[in-house]
Design a protein around this ligand. Structure first.
Ligand code: 3PG
Ligand code: MG
Length: 397
């Protein structure tokens, strides 16, 4: 997959103005970056262009502003990135027009400049050709290193690729390489673990997966909908009853495709959604009518372990229980640790992604032990759904 488009190996960047689309949409609290993972991931691309004498002009969005809005300025993020890189980064107050043109004109070879939030202009999300043309004036080539924004067909994530010679950055390459190994050309058998609250947000994803993987673990609140669809009482648990037909359709599709569906066989039930509230494991035939399923039970964890042991490749999205409150994080933590152990033993290729998933794996303390953790949220989901990502498609020759 990575070989089908041009990368930084295919271009001499010396003296060139390189427009580099990165994802600087990092979590912030009171003006401070609280998780710098995305900044760390783009460092190799920036450093390699700068070291080779290219002028690095960073383009990125932050938040979802409607027009110019100082709360969504990229200035503090650029400062945090300068710390991560241990290099100076100049900043321009606008991504087009005179402010941007002046800042670019002042650059020397190897310099790094960050332009202000591209979403301060409506043309960004509209992928407006006039806005694309303004941006294109600032650069000689375009490098896309923002896999996590590649599900957006915006001016800086897609439009520029039609206007300037386009290349994949190092993080983009690494993401596509890792994800390709997980679903496109994986070592079989492949197991997917999908959790999270709702079936409704993951219908396309489940339907795509059942035709691609040999086993699918369904956990989290969404498992309750499947149990309910099969006539199992789930008490007061989170459950999308109206989606029972959808759940049954997915089960049928899985059976036709030869994909084993691994649903919980027991459940950890509590009577309040509260940390450390009393809880107990129940068999599926005995879920109390006033109880809530907040995690998979111990027998289910055993089954998940056995299924992971049978797999050569694992792709994970979504926690299997209410991992944000103890002790309902147990199923997710124990399964994540098991996957990490198998990976460390060289027996499993493990790939995970999606906002909550990375938080859950960090919580389990195993994020570094997985083969690859994607920094993407929405883009990871769309990739799991089997949808083409505009920011990737435009890079293909
Ligand atoms: C993300 O944080 O998932 C990406 O940067 C995309 O942001 P968006 O969902 O606001 O387009
Ligand atoms: Mg998003």
């Amino acid at each position: 997959m990575t070989n089908s488009f041009r990368t930084l190996d295919d271009v001499d960047v010396k003296g060139k103005r390189v427009l580099v689309r990165v994802d600087l949409n990092v979590p912030m609290d009171s003006g401070k970056v609280t998780d710098a993972t995305r900044l760390e991931r783009i460092a190799p691309t920036i450093t390699s262009i700068s070291d080779k004498g290219g002028k690095v002009i960073l383009l990125a969005h932050f938040g979802r502003p409607k027009g110019r809005d100082e709360k969504n300025s990229l200035k503090p993020v650029a400062a945090a990135l300068a710390n991560v890189l241990n290099k100076q980064i100049a900043f321009a107050d606008d991504c087009i027009g005179e402010a941007a043109a002046k800042a670019v004109a002042a650059m020397k070879d190897g310099d790094i400049l960050c332009l202000e939030n591209t979403r301060f202009h409506a043309g960004e999300e509209k992928n407006d050709p006039a806005f694309v043309a303004e941006l294109a004036k600032l650069g000689d080539i375009w490098v896309n290193d923002a896999f996590s924004a590649a599900h957006r067909a915006h001016a800086t994530t897609e439009g520029l690729g039609h206007k300037l010679p386009a290349y994949a950055g190092r993080t983009m390459q690494a993401e596509l390489d890792a994800l390709g190994k997980a679903l496109d050309a994986p070592k079989r058998p492949v197991i997917a673990v999908v959790g999270g609250a709702k079936v409704s947000t993951k219908i396309d994803l489940l339907e795509n997966l059942v035709s691609k993987v040999q086993a699918l673990v369904i956990g989290g609140g969404m498992a309750n909908t499947f149990l309910h669809a099969q006539g199992i009482g789930v008490g007061k648990s989170l459950c999308e009853k109206d989606l029972a037909p959808t759940a049954l359709r997915i089960l049928e599709k899985a059976e036709a495709a030869g994909c084993a569906i691994i649903l919980p066989v027991d459940a950890t039930v509590a009577f309040k959604f509260e940390a450390n509230t009393p809880s107990q494991a129940y068999g599926l035939d005995a879920i109390p009518a006033d109880g809530m399923i907040l995690d998979v039970g111990p027998q289910s964890i055993e089954r998940i372990h056995a299924a992971i042991d049978d797999a050569a490749t694992l792709v994970w999205n979504g926690p299997v229980g209410a991992f944000e409150i103890a002790p309902f994080d147990r199923g997710t933590v124990v399964a994540a640790k098991h996957a990490a152990k198998r990976t460390k033993e060289g027996k499993l290729i493990s790939v995970a992604g999606g906002g909550d998933t990375v938080a859950a794996l960090n919580h389990a303390g195993v994020a570094d032990d997985f083969t690859y953790i994607s920094t993407a949220g929405g883009a990871f989901l769309e990739w799991m759904e089997g949808k083409p990502l505009p920011g990737v498609e435009v890079l293909k020759k």
